[in-house]
Design a protein around this ligand. Structure first.
Ligand SMILES: Cc1cc2nc3c(=O)[nH]c(=O)nc-3n(C[C@H](O)[C@H](O)[C@H](O)COP(=O)(O)O)c2cc1C
Length: 270
């Protein structure tokens, strides 16, 4: 399966001439976003030389309907039937140990400094900071043990702090439940996953369906997941980066909430 992991999909884009590698030094401030926008719908971009960082940035890995059809190994007309089948018949993920999970190659649980560690872009001139724009946001219902997956734009607001806007859907419901019970809501933010898992995160399902199990049903083999280090959440084992954290009631600011990061795991680049 071409879209088995983020890296197999990237290799597929490269082998089909749809990945541009930019070695020229680029700034996190606006430049990455500007190039990504220019090539949106045409090519994915691998920025290997991000000013002040040793880590690359990748944009636009799946930006057309055809791309998603290809990742799902179908055509444009097959997307909806395949997706509907997966939503109605989710499949269990396969849990693996830390040794079999590349995302555990580098584990940080102390002195977390998100902006020093990760090249997180400032996208627009009027943005109030650096934003993670396509991270899976995973939480768990402690009663049913089912997880929920969505995407939320996240603003970095401190060394180990992120702000998140939760519109009133499932993640918000889980937060309200935790708030009413006086406990923090644990979460994991997963950056750098295959396009099938990204797509599955956007399923509009009844409450209580785990979108990772939808991703699992869309694949030829179950999605491999691994338990986080500091929170009770399972994440894709082949993800590039996982930020583990919690949302506390005291961190609530109007409609926006603050997440405190507790741990970071990430794959190494060779
Ligand atoms: C790139 C992207 C960014 C998104 N950002 C947000 C956001 O900041 N806040 C939000 O509530 N929903 C956001 N969404 C929409 C949710 O991810 C989407 O509605 C999801 O299905 C909600 O899942 P849930 O019902 O399981 O909570 C975003 C979606 C995408 C694709």
């Amino acid at each position: 399966m071409k879209a088995r992991t983020f890296r197999t999909w990237l290799a597929h884009l490269e082998s089909t001439g749809r990945l541009v590698a930019i070695d020229k030094k680029v700034s996190l401030e606006y430049e990455i976003a500007a190039v990504a926008k220019k090539l949106d719908g045409k090519k994915a971009v691998y920025f290997s030389n991000v000013e002040n960082y040793g880590m690359p940035v990748v944009s636009g890995i799946c930006s057309t309907r055809d791309d998603f059809a290809e990742a799902l190994e179908t055509d444009q007309y097959g997307i909806i039937p395949k997706f509907t089948e997966a939503v109605t018949s989710p499949k269990a993920c396969r849990k693996v140990s830390n040794q079999d999970a590349p995302v555990k190659e580098n584990i940080i649980t102390e002195n977390i400094d998100l902006l020093k560690t990760f090249p997180i872009p400032v996208h627009h001139e009027m943005d109030s900071g650096n934003y993670i724009t396509a991270g899976l946001f995973i939480t768990r219902d402690p009663v049913t043990r089912k997880q929920n997956v969505s995407i939320h734009r996240l603003q970095i607001s401190g060394k180990d702090k992120l702000g998140v806007l939760l519109l009133p859907r499932h993640t918000f419901h889980l937060y309200k439940q935790a708030e009413e019970e006086g406990r923090a809501l644990e979460c994991a933010i997963v950056v750098g996953v295959d396009p099938v898992t990204l797509l599955a995160s956007q399923a509009s399902t009844p409450f209580g369906i785990d979108e990772l199990e939808i991703a699992s049903a869309l694949r030829s083999e179950p999605l491999e997941t691994v338990r986080c280090e500091t929170v009770d959440i399972d994440v894709p084992a082949y993800a590039e980066i996982v930020l583990e954290g919690k949302i506390s009631r005291k961190d609530r600011l109007g409609s926006s909430l603050n997440i405190t990061a507790r741990g970071v795991t990430r794959k190494l680049f060779s």
